[in-house]
Design a protein around this ligand. Structure first.
Ligand code: ZN
Ligand code: ZN
Length: 351
């Protein structure tokens, strides 16, 4: 790739990321997050009869202890790495959504025969498809996140996200490439199968309402509160709302270093899958005192904010897991392969 092509490639990547309405990091969604955060902060100050100045809002939303922290600097590094470097390998390493979708359709036709799509007004199957694909995405997100926390080798890669000691919208980029690849493949599998199902049922009208190539409901959530999940602003949803929607406070609890909060609130926009599978923790009305990051033994050699270490070390830890010859599966079933390996003391068979 020449210098000019490289420049065009970077410009296109940034252009899509910030200016495409369907992007999960579009400027419009960031602006919405900023307005909601500022509005929430002003309301809270007014309720306590405290003055509101522009400088107070700026200081509350961009506190120096966060913007100047090593954790935030690392998030920025991961932002560049995952946008420009990891984006290149994601394309070829992903299980194809279209292939899974076509396999699902042919399997359904093979089992049930060709479906006769009912003659419905076009909006009905499109609304059903938009909803089905959104719920499927949320299920895939929950399942991938659950496995990332429960399967030791996957946790080694997902840990990088949990090493952030402050939360900002850029923390969403603090993802190890292997973590991203597993997520992309699980999502392609579940979304592809669901898409095959709706295409089988509705035929040509089974396609979603979208902005760009992103599901409309997902884009609405990105503009509503998804960015606020990676902030220090305590906005909790409680009661039935807290069982359906994953508020910013829900995800902040997910990042807590308190063992009471471990493996809770694994969803993305919705809390329904957490509610259904017993991993839901509804945050309190008043801000809970949380510490973010992983509690590790104090060791000056272990810099949790080093990107090079974050990218390489998980492979070393996985190698250590594998060389012990034992791996735990999420439901407590251990897999051992040492006994299939030739024993070091085994004698060569007699000639
Ligand atoms: Zn997690
Ligand atoms: Zn997070």
């Amino acid at each position: 790739m020449g210098l000019w092509e490289g420049f065009v490639f970077l410009a296109k990547k940034l252009g899509y990321l910030f200016f495409s309405a369907g992007s999960a990091f579009s400027l419009t969604s960031l602006a919405c997050a900023f307005c909601i955060a500022a509005g929430f902060f002003v309301l809270r100050r007014r309720r306590k009869n405290r003055s509101v100045r522009i400088r107070t809002i700026a200081r509350a939303l961009f506190p120096k202890r966060i913007t100047a922290s090593a954790s935030h600097a690392t998030d920025i590094g991961y932002f560049f790495f995952n946008t420009f470097v990891f984006g290149l390998i994601l394309g070829w390493a992903m299980l194809s959504y279209e292939v899974v979708s076509n396999v699902a359709i042919s399997q359904l036709v093979g089992i049930f025969g060709a479906a006769q799509p009912a003659s419905l007004p076009e909006f009905a199957p499109r609304i059903a498809t938009t909803l089905a694909l959104f719920l499927a995405y949320e299920l895939a997100y929950w399942l991938d996140h659950y496995l990332s926390h429960r399967v030791p080798i996957l946790w080694e890669f997902h840990k990088i996200h949990h090493e952030a000691t402050v939360l900002t919208p850029l923390t969403m980029f603090r993802i190890h490439p292997v973590d991203g690849l597993v997520h992309a493949n699980i999502t392609a599998l579940i979304l592809g199968a669901t898409n095959g199902g709706v295409k089988y049922l509705f035929g040509d009208t089974g396609y979603q309402y979208a902005i760009g190539d992103a599901n409309l409901i997902f884009v609405l959530f990105v503009h509503a509160y998804v960015h606020l999940q990676h902030t220090q602003l305590w906005i909790p949803f409680r009661g039935i709302l807290g069982r359906v929607f994953l508020s910013p406070a829900h995800h902040q609890v997910h990042h807590s270093s308190d063992p009471v909060h471990f493996n809770k609130n694994l969803g993305s926009c919705l809390a329904v899958w957490d509610w259904l599978f017993g991993t839901l923790y509804i945050p309190g009305k008043e801000a809970e005192k949380l510490r973010y990051g992983l509690d590790r033994p104090q060791d000056s050699r272990h810099d949790v904010h080093s990107i090079a270490r974050g990218l390489v070390e998980p492979f070393l830890r996985v190698f250590a897991h594998l060389s012990r010859g034992r791996l735990s599966l999420p439901f407590g079933y251990p897999v051992t392969w040492r006994r299939w390996l030739p024993s070091r003391t085994a004698r060569a068979p007699a000639p």
